[in-house]
Design a protein around this ligand. Structure first.
Ligand code: KIV
Length: 274
């Protein structure tokens, strides 16, 4: 194993030292290799692939087989970054043995080092069992896209005092159950700061302000590839959608106008060019 590999205990150590954790999502080996080479600490194979890769409106139809498939690809591309795989809807809520088997596939077949589960107190028995048998768990609180229908849409969470109390109780229960970090999605910055100062495990924010112990973004959002909807908290570090569109337009025009391929057909026996 690469000695520079980021490991689960490094997360807690980073929080102790005050080093921020940089995470991005990844869904395939090529992108994983690039994001890894850029020094990103951890790659999440998010079930957001349901929307950004599969073109669906929600993440609910993402299956375990799909997650295993993409996790295997990301694991092949990542050398240093910790690979975390999302457990999709209904793969951990039905029973503890079911969750153990399903998480096991993400590690055994997908090569992930950890799994992420959406939810708090209602799933602590699952989190505890996974941790007890050696499966590192990342929690996910605040906006939980797998509960989009119950939430009535992708809205900011923990906006009233009772919801803040519930969130703090969920975070404490995940920490007690052994989760090694907790994603906080779409909650007010002051609430994220409160959670971050309350738990000893690192919080990873997305739309949760600057005071979490780390940040995560959906890579397709951050790279400006998924441009159908850009969440307000996203910073686009590139505009790859425009680049891809322009490149594909140029290519199609070149083919149609006879400008590509540039050279005459190579003589028989010549090495094929890519
Ligand atoms: O599925 C996903 O990409 C996620 C992140 C947004 C945290 O859960």
């Amino acid at each position: 194993m690469d000695p520079n590999r980021v490991r689960v205990p490094d997360f807690r150590e980073k929080k102790r030292r005050g080093d921020k954790i940089a995470m991005l999502t990844a869904y395939d080996a090529t992108m994983a290799r690039l994001l890894d080479a850029a020094g990103v600490d951890a790659l999440l194979v998010g079930d957001s692939l349901g929307t950004v890769i599969m073109g669906q409106e929600t993440t609910l139809s993402v299956t375990l087989d799909v997650m295993v498939h993409h996790t295997r690809a990301v694991s092949r591309g990542a050398r240093r970054a910790l690979v975390v795989a999302d457990m999709p809807f209904l793969t951990f809520q039905v029973s503890v043995p079911d969750a153990v088997r399903n998480a096991g596939r993400l590690l055994q077949e997908g090569g992930a080092a950890a799994v992420k589960l959406e939810g708090g107190r209602p799933i602590v028995d699952v989190v505890k069992r996974l941790v007890d048998i050696g499966v590192p768990v990342m929690g996910h609180l605040g906006l939980r896209p797998q509960s989009v229908h119950q939430a009535g849409g992708y809205r900011k969470q923990a906006t009233d005092p009772s919801a803040v109390d519930a969130l703090l109780a969920d975070a404490a229960s995940l920490e007690d159950a052994g989760a090694f970090s907790i994603v906080l999605e779409s909650i007010p910055a002051d609430v994220a700061r409160q959670v971050t100062s309350t738990v000893t495990v690192p919080t990873i924010g997305i739309g949760a302000g600057p005071d979490c112990d780390g940040q995560i973004l959906v890579s397709y959002d951050m790279l400006g590839l998924f441009d159908e909807f850009v969440p307000p908290f996203v910073k686009q570090y590139a505009r790859l959608a425009e680049t891809v569109l322009a490149a594909a337009e140029d290519y199609a025009a070149d083919v149609r106008e006879g400008r590509f391929p540039l050279s005459p057909t190579p003589p028989v026996g010549a090495k094929p060019q890519r």
